[in-house]
Ligand binder design. Structure first.
Ligand code: ATP
Length: 424
């Protein structure tokens, strides 16, 4: 139900500054999700989510298909209302504020351009509907097309553009209104890998230039790591970790995050003793390692996580160096990848470990043990991270539950929701 302006103003209330230490100086967050839950019948799509997104931040929601990313984005956009909790944009409560009155704009996976309009007419559409002065429209549209690198294509129709170019037009159209927050739902999902990589870099540049808060949804972990200031890793409606890309990669908090981001080596084991600082962990492969406790208790089941590029591979007869943790195993396979060789080693407890050996030295690469060899894997303690074992499924190598396609009702047709948004 739409509110009157006065009612909305009233809701611009006494919002407290962010307590999130990553949001500097207690500044008002650009977007605040406060205990947001969304249920569809029995399905809990989003479960008690709380997060503050800073102004000008590139914030990504990452997770497998069905984890609640799109639903969260749609609630911020105003296409769905939360079942419980509150959403604030620039300190203003969004409850009851329709999508077209929110200071947000959305870029979807489908470009949803008007086929009969030229590139510049597509971008100008919303401004014209708002009755913006003709000269001003020309100036702003020109600026946006420059920004997205399409100034030379302004007279073309969408069908005369590549997929990547069409998505740039959609981006220019969403940015021309200078929304406080741009919401992007898998915007590169329909593009081929090479184009996607190029546009990732472009998107990041554009976001830096315009300084608008970007809230980005993807199931592609590499995309999230490349572009984001912070990433929220979601699983079954729950945010498992919100952190900078390096932290999510190097210091995953849960088994799910460790398994979802990058190729992970998860060695199961149990905490034998913990003293408040460190825990002794007996891995199922028979090796005992020491790790920071992080609240671990004696008897708890855990996983020791070591990334493939942090493992050193040597023939088993090579003596171990210093007190580095190490374990012996059987080299199962070796795959030449160009820049590196990927080796799979099976440990005594049956766990497979992936090792990435950089191909910096051709001679050293030739000396690598072959399949069937007994080898020793070792790593520096600081490159090992111990996380609690959980009931959540681990999606090794970022494997998806589904194809990650957006729900059909999340995609506007050129004739409808896109118009609502453009009509601001
Ligand atoms: P994807 O990457 O596939 O788009 P997602 O992480 O964005 O997935 P959501 O689309 O937010 O996930 O869906 C979260 C859960 O809510 C899923 O179980 C989905 O089936 C359910 N869901 C989403 N929208 C609706 C709806 N309109 N009615 C019923 N259930 C829904």
């Amino acid at each position: 139900m739409a509110r009157s302006l006065a009612e909305e103003e009233e809701k611009t209330q006494e919002v407290t500054a962010s307590s999130d230490p990553r949001i500097s100086g207690g500044e008002m967050p650009s977007v605040r999700l406060q205990n947001v839950t969304k249920r569809f019948g029995d399905v809990v799509a989003v479960d008690d989510m709380s997060v503050d997104i800073a102004r000008g931040e590139f914030f990504t929601m990452l997770g497998p298909s069905g984890c609640g990313k799109t639903t969260t984005l749609r609630m911020v956009a105003g296409f769905e209302e939360p079942t419980a909790g509150a959403i604030l944009v620039d300190g203003r409560h969004m409850e009851g504020v329709p999508a077209f009155r929110r200071p947000t704009n959305t870029v979807f996976q489908s470009y949803a351009l008007f086929p009969h309009l030229s590139v510049e007419e597509n971008v100008a559409f919303g401004l014209r509907r708002k009755g913006v002065d003709k000269k001003e429209v020309t100036r702003r549209v020109g600026e946006e097309l420059e920004l997205v690198g399409l100034a030379g294509e302004r007279k073309r129709k969408p069908r005369q553009l590549s997929g990547g170019q069409q998505q740039r037009v959609a981006l220019a159209r969403a940015l021309v209104n200078r929304p406080a927050v741009l919401l992007l739902d898998e915007p590169l999902g329909a593009l081929d890998l090479k184009l996607r990589k190029g546009l990732q870099v472009e998107l990041k540049r554009i976001q830096r230039e315009v300084g608008i808060t970007f809230v980005y949804v993807t199931h592609d972990q590499e995309e999230a790591l490349t572009m984001s200031d912070r990433i929220a890793v979601m699983n079954r409606g729950i945010v498992e970790q919100v952190d900078q890309p390096e932290a999510v990669y190097d210091r995953p908090r849960t088994t799910f995050v460790a398994g979802f981001i990058g190729v992970s080596n998860l060695m199961p084991g149990a905490v034998q003793s913990a003293n408040g600082h460190d825990a002794e962990v007996r891995l199922d492969s028979g090796v005992t390692v020491t790790a920071p406790t992080d609240g671990l208790r004696s008897g708890e089941r855990v996983h020791a996580v070591v990334r493939p590029e942090k493992l050193q591979l040597d023939p088993a007869e090579t003596p171990s160096v210093d007190d580095r943790p190490n374990v012996e195993g059987l080299l199962e396979s070796s795959l030449y990848l160009g820049t590196a060789t990927q080796v799979v080693v099976r440990l005594p407890d049956g766990v497979s470990m992936t090792v990435l050996v950089p191909n910096t030295d051709e001679e050293a690469r030739r000396r690598l043990p072959g399949a069937g060899a007994q080898v020793r894997l070792s790593w520096a303690s600081e490159h090992m991270h111990v996380v609690r074992e959980e009931g959540t499924p681990v999606h090794a190598n970022g494997a998806m539950d589904g194809d990650g396609a957006a729900l059909p009702d999340a995609i506007p047709t050129p004739a409808e929701p896109a118009l609502t948004e453009e009509g601001k």
